[in-house]
Write a protein that binds this ligand. Structure first.
Ligand code: SF4
Length: 221
């Protein structure tokens, strides 16, 4: 019978390899992390990091983004995909930051998720990345794939997987497990290849190729 890898083992082994976990987005301020995370939806972090230096040099504060023209923002973030919606959300949410928060990024899940285009994943990344708060586990495609393969969840949506993980992972580790799992998902347990012969979970994993197991992140037909 295939058993899931205990969360304590997942954390310990990932921390041995990838500690301290690093953010893959380049930023200096809370606003920059918020904007970069919004841009990273359906876009690679590498591409976002190509776009943001010029963007942040031109628009330094919430009031600058709020006053930006839709057209200019769209032009600058075009290569990040879904640029019309992203530009509109950035302008709108920056107007709210100016009007309600004196231009600052709020520090609670409720306030952040009330902003246009900001879901729990984005909010969790910002809260941990700049304020050190463990208010949720951000589930992107890497976290989702690894959680399924390791048997930590059987759910298929990011929000449900986040809840499953939050039930198992100690709250003090909610912020850091995102970057730890992304690191492993990018290098070893990638979407195209399970490099199980190079993996720290090879003997324990219920999706291990070395044991002839099926990939639990694939949907059954
Ligand atoms: S053993 Fe294979 S499937 Fe399991 S986490 Fe490692 S690379 Fe992924």
């Amino acid at each position: 019978m295939r058993r899931s890898v205990p969360v304590a083992t997942v954390l310990r082994k990932l921390e041995e390899l990838y500690d301290p976990p690093r953010s893959f987005l380049t930023f200096r301020t809370p606003l920059q992390l918020l904007v970069a995370t919004l841009l990273s939806a359906r876009c690679t972090d590498v591409q976002v990091n190509r776009v943001t230096p010029a963007l942040f040099a031109k628009y330094r504060f919430a009031k600058s983004f709020a006053a930006a023209s839709q057209r200019d923002l769209e032009r600058m973030i075009h290569s990040c995909g879904t640029f019309r919606v992203k530009a509109k959300n950035i302008r709108l949410l920056c107007k709210i930051l100016v009007e309600k928060f004196d231009g600052d990024v709020p520090q609670t899940m409720e306030e952040l998720t009330a902003l246009p285009g900001v879901g729990r994943k984005t909010a969790a990344i910002v809260l941990y990345g700049v304020f050190g708060k463990n208010d949720g586990i951000a589930v992107d495609t890497h976290v989702q794939r690894l959680a399924l393969r390791l048997g930590l969840t059987t759910k298929r949506t990011a929000d449900k997987i986040a809840l499953d993980l939050q039930r198992q992972v100690p709250r003090a580790k909610w912020g850091r497990i995102n970057a730890l799992m992304i690191s492993h998902g990018r290098v070893v347990c990638t979407s195209r290849n399970r490099k199980c012969d190079q993996c720290i979970f090879d003997r324990h994993c219920p999706s291990s190729l070395l044991r002839g197991y099926r990939d639990l992140s694939e949907k059954c037909h």
